[in-house]
Design a binder for this molecule. Structure first.
Ligand code: NAD
Length: 541
């Protein structure tokens, strides 16, 4: 019997381990990395808790060591997608009626398992699969994923506690039930924690999920599924499929039970998904929830009052950590003419001190970009700069894919505020800088606001409060996460709810109550204790 209003443990952010030389976590992670590297994984799809091997396999390789084989994943067809939908709907019969405290306990247990026995494996898998250094893996695959689980449990209880007023003689209640059908999670390569959260957030709220990870994240996706199983998530609540995107339109989006998509990835793909959903609208039982966090062209603008060293450090960390493959990574910077030379000299010195290579060597700050397609795209931008006389390299501008997909961290300075690389998302270690007239700050803000379709993250550096206020006001639509005297990356769950508007997505703020609200339907129940027995109101007398 569960007749009580339970309090959940207060969510706290998972402390980040240092991995400093001699630390026990470093030793454990290095041993796990070696163990995973020296073994191979045969990655099945997981449908209704069953491992599905089709024999049609695709090999998996670390981006920094393309000849090395991590294993194979089994590729499925439309038939497997339909099996996954059926398994999800079967699991829904029980899961949607599972008491919230049991759902909470499963995800709280997942958080504790990840903080302890799963930590090294999740981090090592992310290092190998997505080429993250130990620190980048730790803040993503361990800490952020733990934070998502813990904070979402707390937010769920806060949502359920939201109840309407009741006038005398009646009782009003609000129920929060899961969506009527299944949720489709489509996840990007760049954050293991985002992949887990796009499945876990709807599941926590009582939904069942079909999950298609990015092909370049399947290796670490399997560790997530292991974690969910170990935490006690029932079979069929989250179903992992490996299919080509081309089969999605004819399966998922044609199912009457499709009730929502939880997407993170590029803007073009999201637009295509939205169009597919729109084309099938009459098929569905309800209006599907469409939640998408998409691309960015994240900025830093420095005011003439800024501290040059602070700006340079913000640029270097904001643009190059994880090879610039964070959706929040700074990729365009506006520097005032009075400080530009000093800041660029500091940036160049820092960037040229980076070591680039495999994450296995802990002294490497920058690792490989995710795959050949991404490498070629960034290399094309570098070649484009070489053909132009309105831009020049401050540093970098070279690339080499003989061993892995390595791009030298690149800074380009342009005289054209609308230069292609000031406007388009590149998603790599590539930062473009435009120097504006230090006395025309507001003009620079206007240009910034208009030169990209995106509005994800951005930062202002200034020592002048009035300038900070002007930027905060004039850029209110330019970034969903706005930073004052800080780099535009590194949002922490529970502290800086994350997401952007314009072409950067639906701005439903991952890891926040706003996002969880998208995965419930509400029903208002009004109960009258002593109903009236005469239709006549007193004024009729
Ligand atoms: P992507 O758009 O290439 O892929 C995302 C997912 O969509 C993958 O699982 C992919 O297989 C799938 N996909 C691709 N085409 C599809 C189609 N036609 N139908 C169905 N699914 C399809 O993105 P990516 O390269 O994995 O990730 C990088 C992108 O994600 C960048 O644009 C980045 O800005 C964005 N991102 C945004 C946020 C955010 O919070 N706003 C966070 C992380 C990444």
């Amino acid at each position: 019997m569960s007749n009580a209003f339970f309090n959940v443990p207060k969510a706290i952010n998972e402390p980040v381990k240092s991995y400093a030389p001699g630390s026990p976590e470093r030793k454990e992670l290095q041993a796990m990395y070696a163990a995973l590297k020296n073994s191979t994984t045969d990655a099945p799809m997981i449908i209704g808790g069953k491992e599905i091997r089709t024999g049609k396999t695709v090999s998996m390789h670390p981006p920094h060591d393309r000849a090395h084989v991590l294993g194979n994943y089994h590729q499925g067809t439309a038939e497997h997608v339909n099996q996954a939908i059926a398994a999800a709907l079967e699991a829904r019969k029980t899961w949607a009626n599972t008491p919230w405290q049991d759902r909470a306990a499963i995800f709280l247990k997942a958080a504790e398992l990840l903080a302890g026995p799963f930590r090294a494996k999740m981090n090592a898998a992310t290092m190998l699969c997505q080429s993250k250094n130990a620190f980048q893996a730790e803040i993503d695959a361990a800490c952020e994923m733990i934070d998502f689980f813990r904070f979402n449990v707390q937010f769920m209880t806060e949502i359920y506690a939201g109840q309407p007023e009741s006038a005398p003689g009646i009782w009003n209640r609000l129920e929060y039930r899961p969506l009527e059908g299944f949720v489709f999670a489509i996840t990007p390569f760049n954050f293991t924690s985002i992949a887990a959260n796009l499945c876990a957030a709807p599941a926590l709220m009582g939904n069942v999920v079909v999950w298609k990870p990015s092909n370049t994240q399947i290796y670490s996706a399997h560790v997530i599924m292991e974690l969910f199983k170990e935490a006690g998530l029932p079979d069929g609540v989250i179903n992992l499929i490996h299919v080509n995107s081309s089969v999605i339109a004819d399966t998922i989006f044609k199912s009457p039970d499709f009730s929502g998509v939880h997407f993170t990835g590029s803007t073009n793909v999201f637009n295509q998904l939205w169009r597919n959903i729109g084309a099938n609208l009459e098929t569905y039982k309800g209006y599907p929830r469409i939640v998408g966090e998409t691309g960015g062209k994240d900025f830093i603008i420095a005011h003439k009052s800024a501290n040059a060293k602070e700006v340079a450090t913000g640029m270097v960390r904001g643009a190059f950590e994880y090879q610039g493959q964070k959706c929040s990574a700074a990729s365009r910077t506006y520097l005032p003419s009075n400080l530009a030379d000093e800041i660029l000299a500091l940036v160049k010195k820092d960037v040229e001190s980076f070591k680039v290579g495999s994450p296995e060597d802990f002294s490497n700050f920058v690792n490989a970009v995710i795959d050949e397609k991404s490498f070629d795209k960034i290399a094309n931008y570098i070649e484009y700069v070489k053909t132009r006389d309105d831009a020049e390299f401050v540093c970098g501008g070279t690339y080499d894919k003989s061993k892995g997909y390595f791009i030298a961290p690149t800074v380009v300075k342009t005289t054209n505020p609308l230069f292609r690389t000031m406007c388009e998302e590149i998603f790599g270690p590539f930062l473009t800088v435009y120097v504006y007239d230090a006395d025309k700050f507001e003009e620079a803000l206007e240009t910034l606001d208009k030169s990209s379709e995106y509005a994800l993250t951005g930062a202002i550096f200034s020592q002048d409060r009035a300038a900070i206020n002007t930027a905060t006001k004039m850029l209110e639509n330019a970034a969903g996460n706005f930073y004052i005297n800080d780099k535009p990356t590194g949002a922490v769950v529970g502290q800086q709810p994350f997401g952007g508007a314009r072409a950067s997505g639906t701005n439903d703020k991952a890891g926040a109550p706003q996002n969880l609200m998208r995965w419930v339907n509400t029903r208002t129940i009004k109960e009258t204790f002593v109903p009236p027995t005469d239709y006549r109101y007193p004024f009729l007398g």
